[in-house]
Design a binder for this molecule. Sequence first.
Ligand code: FMN
Ligand code: SF4
Length: 304
Amino acid sequence: MPALLPSLVTTRIDPERCIGCERCIPVCPSDTLSMVDGKAVVTGATSLQCGHCAAVCPTDAIRVEALDEGMLRFRTFDLDPAWLPHGQGDLPGLVRLMASRRSCRNFTEQPVERDMLEDLIRIACTAPSGTNCQPWAFTVLPDRKAVMRLGDRLLVFFDKLNAMAANPWIRTAEKVFGKGQLDAYHRGYRQRVQEGIDAYRAGGRDRLFHGAPAVIVIAQSPGATTGFEDVMLASQNLLLGAHAMGLGTCLIGFAVEAMHRDASIQAVVGIPKSERVRAVVAIGHPAERFKTVAGRRAAPIRWG
Ligand SMILES: Cc1cc2nc3c(=O)[nH]c(=O)nc-3n(C[C@H](O)[C@H](O)[C@H](O)COP(=O)(O)O)c2cc1C
Ligand code: SF4
């Protein structure tokens, strides 16, 4: 089922500038515009607010007011806003960037500049989303203190979970009346998580956030039906942008899972109940270097 169409039409056309070339008509996915007496006019009742019309117009006659031009102004680098035609990207460079992004599990203590974090969010937002609904909300934990406020709450969660998983009676009951997830957790993760908790309590290594000095939590706002996909696409953009900026990242699935199981955790970092956390990204300056790019297993491919 597609996500709801944004219904608000914020497309404005300057009839003085319109030369009637009709280029904006076929690129519009929501049939918002038509040609009337040789000029483009808004005739549709809905708009994806995608801005394709404004991006194709040779005379800058169109403005989509819902779009924020500031989202393409970055603080740590200059962006050439000219559209890069198909086939003109640096493909080997792009693939090398993708394959060089690795999950970082050793961060330095160096803080991450706020400008970098803000730029990462703008980079994330260049992702596509179902019906352009952009259902993402970013919560920035900009320093180690903020990260550990969440970390401490997660510790309480995993302490409780480990105590339950260690109890064979509770595991059996959950197997009979639930989905057997507690037993699977016990077999797959409990020991490792316990070692992580013990190490953290002993003042040692932070195995949850890997010592990251910043975290960005990306949640899905209500109402989107492709929200999970949208947020994950935005997350991947953020990871790639971070690597290009010189930052390391790591998706922290343990934190996401905990937030799903205990909705009160997200309140600790100010995320309202109506949002569903999809990605927790640890961010920092990497204390590790690799020699080669990522290896992967052979992809299962089916030709139809
Ligand atoms: C959804 C998701 C959740 C993840 N959760 C964690 C996590 O909690 N802790 C961690 O250290 N790595 C986590 N990772 C990182 C994966 O282990 C990593 O992506 C995988 O081993 C491939 O390595 P690479 O990212 O370096 O290419 C997660 C990755 C994904 C995609
Ligand atoms: S693309 Fe611009 S100039 Fe061409 S018809 Fe549309 S509004 Fe007019």
